[in-house]
Design a protein around this ligand. Structure first.
Ligand code: SF4
Length: 347
C-alpha cells in the first residue's frame, strides 16, 4: 500500500466544519431509579452516556482525514452525526458552507447524494433480497428518479468496472459473496451517485487481514480517480499510517490531537497519542519503547473533571485535574489539547 498524497487538482478549503459537537444518549431509567440524595435532599438525576463532548474538526477537500481512538471513544458517533443519522445534542455541522445539522429531511436531500457512507459490516449493510445490480441501481433511482434504463445500465456497468466488480456478480445475492466481495459491492453502491465526500466507519475491520489491503487500495484508487474526500474512522493506527493525510485522535468523546499523518507518527505530542503509537507492533522501526497506560478508561456516564485523560497520564498535575485543556496549535500544522505540552512539561 502506498500513502495518499493531497490531491492537487481540487479547490482548497474545508468541505466539512464541525463546531462544538456533542452527542449525549440519555439512559432510560425509571423515575425512582433517577432519585438520589444530595446534600440531604432528594434530587432527580437524569444520566446520559456522553459519547461526544465539544468536538471542533474540519475536513479539507481532497484529504483522507482519519479519526482514531479506542473502542467507545466516540469516533463512530461523530461519523453518524456528520451523516445526519443521529441528531447532535449541541454544536453545528457545515457542509460546503451550509449548515446542515438543522435542515429538514427535504432540504438535506441534495447533500445526502454528495455524502455517502460505507459501514463496518458488509453483511448487514446490503439488502439480502436485492441482487448486486438492484443494489447498485437503488441509490441512483432514489436520487435521480427520471433516469432512463439505458443510462442506468451504463452507469452500473461503469461503476462495476471501476471497482473491479465481476460482471458475473450482477444477478447474484449478497449471501453468495465473501466479506471482501460484499464490501467491494458496498463501495460500488456508495459511488453510484458520484459523491464527493465519503464517511467510512471501520470499513475493513470486519474483513480478513488478507483482503484488508485490497479494499484499502480500492478506496485509495477511487479517491484519486474521483477526487473524493474521506472521513475514515478506525481503531487501527497501522492502517492510518498508509491511508490518512491527517489524523484526529479521540479519547472519551474529545479530540486530543490533530496532525498531518507523518508528523503524528514521527513526533506524537499528546501523552495518549504517544502511548497509542508506541503500541503499534513494527519490526526494524525506530519506535519508542511501549508506553503502558495506567488505570482504566473512565465511564462516559460520569466524565472526570479537567483533562479526561488525567487518571492515566504520568504528566498529570493539579491544573490537569481541574481545567479541561483546549486544542492549541503547535509546530508542524498540529493541534494538541494538553496543558503539559503547552507548558513544555511533556517532551
Ligand atoms: Fe496529561 Fe495533563 Fe496533558 Fe491531560 S492535560 S494529557 S493530564 S499532561
Amino acid at each position: 500500500m502506498s500513502g495518499i498524497a493531497q490531491q492537487g487538482s481540487q479547490p482548497a478549503g474545508d468541505l466539512v466544519k464541525i463546531r462544538g459537537l456533542s452527542k449525549w444518549f440519555p439512559l432510560t431509567k425509571g423515575f425512582l431509579e433517577q432519585l438520589h440524595f444530595e446534600g440531604g435532599k432528594l434530587v432527580r438525576k437524569r444520566e446520559s452516556v456522553k459519547a461526544i463532548n465539544g468536538v471542533d474538526l474540519d475536513v479539507k477537500r481532497g484529504e483522507a482525514l482519519c479519526v482514531v481512538g479506542e473502542s467507545g471513544c466516540g469516533k463512530s458517533t461523530v461519523a453518524r452525526v456528520v451523516m445526519g443519522l443521529l441528531e447532535p445534542t449541541a454544536g453545528s455541522i457545515e457542509y460546503d458552507g451550509q449548515r446542515i445539522d438543522d435542515l429538514s429531511a427535504e432540504r438535506l436531500m441534495p447533500y445526502r447524494r454528495r455524502m455517502q457512507m460505507i459501514f463496518q459490516n458488509p453483511y448487514a449493510s446490503l439488502n439480502p433480497r436485492l441482487t448486486v445490480k438492484q443494489a447498485l441501481e437503488e441509490p441512483m433511482r432514489f436520487h435521480n428518479p427520471g433516469i432512463g434504463n439505458g443510462e442506468l445500465k451504463d452507469k452500473v456497468q461503469d461503476v462495476m468496472d471501476s471497482v473491479g466488480v465481476d460482471p458475473s456478480w450482477r444477478e447474484r445475492f449478497p449471501h453468495e459473496f465473501s466479506g471482501g466481495q460484499r464490501q467491494r459491492v458496498s463501495i460500488a453502491r456508495a459511488l453510484m451517485v458520484d459523491p464527493e465526500f465519503i464517511v467510512a466507519d471501520e470499513p475493513i475491520s470486519a474483513l480478513d487481514v488478507s483482503i484488508q489491503a485490497q479494499v484499502l487500495n480500492l478506496m485509495m484508487d477511487a479517491m484519486e480517480q474521483r477526487n473524493l474526500t474521506y472521513m475514515f474512522i478506525t481503531h487501527d493506527l497501522s492502517v492510518v499510517e498508509h491511508f490518512g493525510t491527517r489524523v484526529a485522535v479521540m479519547y472519551l468523546g474529545s479530540l486530543c490531537e490533530l496532525a498531518p499523518t507523518r508528523t503524528l507518527f514521527e513526533t506524537p505530542r499528546h501523552p495518549y497519542t504517544k502511548a497509542l503509537i508506541s503500541a503499534i507492533p513494527k519490526l526494524n522501526r525506530d519506535r519508542p519503547a511501549h508506553i503502558k497506560l495506567i488505570g482504566e478508561v473512565p465511564t462516559p456516564i460520569d466524565l472526570p473533571s479537567g483533562c479526561f485523560f488525567h487518571n492515566r497520564c504520568v504528566y498529570a498535575n493539579d491544573r490537569c485535574r481541574v481545567e479541561k485543556p483546549e486544542l492549541h496549535s503547535v509546530d508542524g500544522g498540529c493541534r494538541v489539547a494538553c496543558h503539559g505540552v503547552q507548558e513544555g512539561r511533556v517532551d
